[in-house]
Design a protein around this ligand. Sequence first.
Ligand SMILES: NC(=O)c1ccc[n+]([C@@H]2O[C@H](COP(=O)([O-])OP(=O)(O)OC[C@H]3O[C@@H](n4cnc5c(N)ncnc54)[C@H](O)[C@@H]3O)[C@@H](O)[C@H]2O)c1
Length: 280
Amino acid sequence: MNLTDKVIAVTGGGSGIGAAMCHRFAAENPRSLVVMDLNGSAAERTATQISESHPSLAVYSAALDVSNESELLKALDQIQARDGVIDLFVGNAGIGSGVGVEGTNDIWRSVIDVNLMAHVYAARALVPTWLERGEGYMLITASAAGLLTNLGDAPYSVTKHGAVALAEWLSVTYGHRGIGVSCLCPQGVRTPLLFPEGEADGDLSEREALALNVVRAQRILEPTEVAETVVESLRSEQFLILPHPEVHDYEVARATDRERWLATMRRIQSHLDPASGADQ
Ligand SMILES: NC(=O)c1ccc[n+]([C@@H]2O[C@H](COP(=O)([O-])OP(=O)(O)OC[C@H]3O[C@@H](n4cnc5c(N)ncnc54)[C@H](O)[C@@H]3O)[C@@H](O)[C@H]2O)c1
């Protein structure tokens, strides 16, 4: 996919990977770029920075909650009325929870709504128009947790597996009708999701800290590095985007010998989990 002269909308564009993608997409000279985020002022900040560096670019911001289907639909309608059909929709907003099955239903539901249902809502809204005109592209930010698992965070692991499955389903179902799909699955990236502000004040539970520490023990990439890989991979319309190529080896190991992979993951968990009584 060539991003030049395309209408692009990115959710979670106010911070981290989403903001870095918006900055990198701007360099490809799209027709319009819409930065969307729950945090409206963060979205506006990204859009303003991009306007300053690319004064001739049509860049907009929108405050919306992607887990609210009617808000998302309204925002997509507004964009398409102003800029024309969205060529590339990037469903990137995501949240972690740091809980296991003991997490409340409200926590589970909010993670499911943001990390999974938001992609369903976007696809439901955009796919019919894309089918009519025979083209359209969706990039879903899942995670390496969607191919492997995320120790310490059950809703995150489950919903990211769901996001990968949805991306695969969309690609398989509509690929032959001109709809492109990519699924971004990074491991650790230096963003507020992985390095939350409240951490220094001891705001995190043991399990939340465990979930973050496991990821932080791996190679951490900068959001700009992820954005660069995304643009390269979109150019060749690659489905699975792995900014950490080693994730492919882990996935192969998991698929080749699931019992052995699970035993390794259990061992890591037992060493990290203070409640297990294992040696640290
Ligand atoms: N940082 C990592 O290590 C890492 C690794 C793998 C995958 N990811 C995924 O990358 C994506 C971006 O995360 P990030 O690391 O840049 O985090 P981040 O916290 O820096 O950015 C996420 C953005 O999403 C926004 N957001 C959250 N809920 C929203 C909602 N309901 N509606 C609209 N916007 C909402 C937030 O306001 C924030 O600006 C997420 O899907 C995350 O799961 C991150």
